[in-house]
Write a protein that binds this ligand. Sequence first.
Ligand SMILES: *[C@@H]1O[C@H](CO)[C@@H](O)[C@H](O)[C@H]1NC(C)=O
Ligand SMILES: *[C@@H]1O[C@H](CO)[C@@H](O)[C@H](O)[C@H]1NC(C)=O
Ligand SMILES: *[C@@H]1O[C@H](CO)[C@@H](O)[C@H](O)[C@H]1NC(C)=O
Length: 331
Amino acid sequence: MKTLILFVALVGYTQALSYSDVLEEEWNRFQLDYTKFYQTEDEALLRRLIFVDNKRRIDKHNRRFMAGKESYEMGVNQFTDLLPKEFQSQMLSSLNITEAEGLIDFRYTAPRDVDPPSSIDWRARGAVTPVMDQGENCGSCWAFATTGTLEGQTFLKTGRLVSLSEQNLIDCSNDAPYYNEGCKGGLELNALMYIMHKGIDTESSYPYRGTQQKCRFNSSNIGASVEAFIGVSGEANLAAATAFHGPVSVRVDSEGMQSYKGGVYNNPNCSDEILDHAMVVVGYGNDKSGGDYWLVKNSWGTTWGENGYIRMSRNRNNQCGIATIAVFPIV
Ligand SMILES: *[C@@H]1O[C@H](CO)[C@@H](O)[C@H](O)[C@H]1NC(C)=O
Ligand SMILES: *[C@@H]1O[C@H](CO)[C@@H](O)[C@H](O)[C@H]1NC(C)=O
Ligand SMILES: *[C@@H]1O[C@H](CO)[C@@H](O)[C@H](O)[C@H]1NC(C)=O
């Protein structure tokens, strides 16, 4: 609303407002909205160029969206001053599928005699904690995906929703045999194995810092435990696991998600093997215009996507690898 009034006011005042004037205005507002401060003038100049480039791409995509040629909308968010490559190196965590497969002992298969419901949303049933922000410069998505599935599975067992400590995983699961790398990346499977051996503290006792620090695990503050973990692959199995067991941690190719704002994300170009980002499937459904979707909780704050969530294409050939290597714990 504020945007619209400002825009109308500007147009009224100058009559002929060019696209570059609009971009300048957007750039100024972006810096205010996301409290951006750049160290040097050169840095500010560079960020402005990147912002303008990203904004043009967003506007171009949204013209297709308005014309009904795309099922999702893009928008400015806290990442709009980052090059896609920078975004990738700061936020993401790559995974070697062969290596990850080797950690899975148990695999889920959907029951033959019961069909999962046509839609489900675990948020409505109280199984999902609020969206958090992993912060720029910390590739800790793997820790958030791990706590996300475990919080949900624990809630379904105990009836209590307790937020769990990603920082515990970032600080403490780096040595053998877990081999995570804190803010430089990690594996949900290794994090679950760590929790299976040690437990995990509550978020309130061990809050998020967004940098790797000395391990401060305290067994008096354990909020959940893990008995085993189950690998899931294939979209039919993922739907059944989500419906019958609760939130499931997934890996995806997130290239192209930097500017996602809303709608059913559909990127036929993305890979089902280069899985650089971990998130949590907390439901699925069908959208009238966008088709079948997975409801996915992210850890990029609530200013990204649909209040921190993304709806990803479902039943489109495992798009972006969402059902390549998913996992949930038995608690
Ligand atoms: C993935 O892991 C396997 C087994 O550890 C290894 O042989 C392979 O080289 C790795 N691939 C990449 C791309 O790192
Ligand atoms: C562990 O947590 C308990 C309960 O919060 C506290 O009393 C104790 O001092 C903590 N231990 C350490 C080593 O911090
Ligand atoms: C997919 O790739 C084509 C060809 O490279 C490109 O024109 C198109 O914009 C890409 N689509 C998305 C959603 O990235």
